[in-house]
Design a protein around this ligand. Structure first.
Ligand SMILES: [Zn+2]
Length: 269
């Protein structure tokens, strides 16, 4: 009840601010758009805060190999616009040409089990004094095709063949004094070994292309199985992720929204 009152008060405070700002005449129609913008900005800010808190708390405590974070990153509320809250980065945000279609960088766009491994990796790296930036998490078909068209050093996988397209891969880069450091092999090796200890496959072991920022996990599923719509259910997942199947269902829905959004963008390019 108290929460409801607080929300109501906040709502009227926000609404009256905009009403004042817009009152160009006594019968001016009410424009709800600025208010939506404000709610969205607050939502984004809160999410960013939650992720930061999570990382800080993990670093403060002993980091276990596996852990669950349901109360800090629940995130999967089934809303119409939930997918719009995912963070993304524009081209050159990490000092490299990565094409015109934005990269989704939200950790919550990943399979929850893999997401927690990635958070553990970021936390362990930070504990070792290495700051990692998330370059890309989930990847749409349109984005994968864009990389494919950019040449072999970007990807050799066509649409459907990259683990990013199933929320099972991530690209990271270490920041040195806030600047992405793409060419430090020794540093990459340190990070790669950290990821491997968490049970992730590291792209730094590959030659075509050498992809040291890439980590993935498929839970033993093959690409055709993933392409057919299967997603891995990790061991003991019912204890650690009691709502995993609903989460995955909702993730697929949000992925679809991004697919549609970026398909339109690809046609415009
Ligand atoms: Zn990758």
């Amino acid at each position: 009840m108290r929460g409801k009152i607080r929300f109501t008060v906040l709502f009227f405070a926000v609404a009256s601010t905009f009403a004042r700002a817009q009152s160009s005449g006594p019968f001016a129609s009410y424009d709800c758009r600025p208010e939506e913008e404000m709610i969205r900005a607050t939502e984004l800010e809160n999410r960013a805060k939650r992720v930061k808190q999570l990382l800080d708390s993990l670093i403060a405590s002993e980091i276990a190999t596996a852990f669950s974070i349901p109360d800090i990153l629940p995130v999967y509320e089934d809303t119409l616009n939930g997918w719009k809250y995912w963070t993304f980065a524009e081209n050159f945000a990490f000092g490299k040409n990565r094409g015109n279609i934005p990269m989704i960088t939200a950790l919550e766009a990943l399979h929850p089990y893999f997401r927690d491994k990635v958070i553990a990796l970021i936390a362990r790296a930070r504990k070792a004094g290495i700051e990692l930036a998330v370059v890309e998490t989930y990847r749409t078909r349109a984005k994968q095709m864009e990389y494919k068209s950019m040449g072999r050093k970007y990807t050799r996988s066509g649409a459907g063949a990259s683990k990013h397209q199933y929320g099972l891969a991530v690209d990271v880069v270490p920041l040195v004094n806030g600047v992405p450091e793409w060419h430090n092999r020794a540093l990459w090796h340190k990070i790669g070994v950290m990821g491997e200890r968490l049970g992730l496959r590291w792209g730094g072991r590959w030659r075509k292309p050498y992809d040291p920022g890439h980590f993935e996990w498929t839970g033993g599923l093959t690409t055709p199985q993933l392409a057919a719509g299967q997603l891995p259910l990790p061991p003991k997942c019912s204890e650690q992720y009691p709502c995993l199947e609903q989460d995955l269902k909702l993730l697929k829905k949000f992925w679809n929204e991004w697919e549609n959004n970026q398909a339109v963008m690809a046609r415009k390019n």
